[in-house]
Design a protein around this ligand. Sequence first.
Ligand SMILES: Cc1ccc([C@@H]2N[C@@H](C)[C@@H](O)[C@H]2O)cc1
Length: 447
Amino acid sequence: QVPLQHGAHRIGKRTDADMNRWRDYGLGEFIHMGLYSILGGDYNSMHYDGAAEWIRSWNKLPHEVYDNLYKKFDPKNFDPEVWARMAKNMGVRYVTITTKHHDGFCLWPSKYTDFNITKTPYKKDMIGPLVKAFDQAGIDVYLYFSVMDWHQADWRYDLKTVADSVAFNRFKTFTKNQLTELLTLYPQTKGLWFDGTWDNSWKKSGAFSDSLDQYLKKIHPGLIIGSRLRADDYGNRHFDANGHLMGDYEQGWERKIPSDYTATRGNDWDCIMTIPQNGWGYSKTWMGHWKTPYELIEMLAKCVSLDGNFVVNFGPKGDGTFRKKELQTADSIGAWMKVNHEAIYNAGYLNWTKQDWGYYTRSRKDGKIYMIVFNVPINGALKVSPAKKEHIKKAYLLQDNKTLHVEALDGNDVFIQLEQKNQQEPFVIVLETGQGGQAVEGENKHV
Ligand SMILES: Cc1ccc([C@@H]2N[C@@H](C)[C@@H](O)[C@H]2O)cc1
């Protein structure tokens, strides 16, 4: 064990009520809104083929042109109630909204920089009404905040000189002030989602990130902060020099999902995912493959089956409305969740051998076991190999309680026989288990 001042201060999961609530969310939503939403990935009828919210870094777009976009920022059709209702219908239980992305533009009336929404034609705070609308819809709100801030003269990518450190110290104070402001203005906030913390300047500021983490939790008890905020004494991020997670959950799964339970290292985690191949802010032309609702539902099932949450990103347009494809996706996921949310909410990992037909989840409330089925085998027989001493007593379809035939195989394995194999969408089977003797007699038991 390497002695550390600023490594993990807690070994293992955080288990207070706020974190237990976080663990049970299952499904979340991310929203990227900012000056980049106005351009939608295009400038001067050229298309930027990077992530649309990074268009300021495109050499064909002068910084000055981008930074003056605030003069055009006017989400006339923005309605926080519409955003909250869409999220509610989709079945999300938490939402993370960008307050300030890397470009430094603040969607709230910050008193620490004039580069904020009050200086735009729209004038009004967007964060307050969103926090209120989501909170009233029963959706927990988390605020995305980029530490890296391209607008601040005191931002540094690295600390090479004394002058760098003097400037960066001013930047740290600015950052702490803005975060205090956000938590004071929006006390319903459940957590902060940090980004833009990969540069050397921040890696060399492990002591500050540690004290900032503690300060924020002191002024806002229960606050949830993932592993993207801190660096340890040696600049390690997410996991300290001793391999312990620094943060309340692992925040590294961006557009990727752990391959299996081992890869989660037994930590809490969530995966944030774009519907297109990449790109978080609104882009007129989405990159590459657009994930179908079923692909996203399979990702959701996989995340929950590995004790994580799944967060789908939406990038509203500059006028404050969502593109049709995003509205349709939210609708489709919501329709599936209306029928099958029992297998997602308050559910997590089950240590049974993964089968090809899909994913197991187990309810943290009552231990009920769910099979979320995506791939029906040709013979319509779904193999289940329970852990030792666990036996299948009954299997039924969640959507209509229809009991399914269970055939005993060797040991306590079973086949669950599906009658009609023309399933048109992912479905859920509920398993009732018992301890002790095989509850289901095989028909043709070969001795
Ligand atoms: C290399 C890279 C840097 C920053 C990002 C930001 N994190 C996501 C949550 C988005 O905000 C994206 O701009 C993505 C990739």
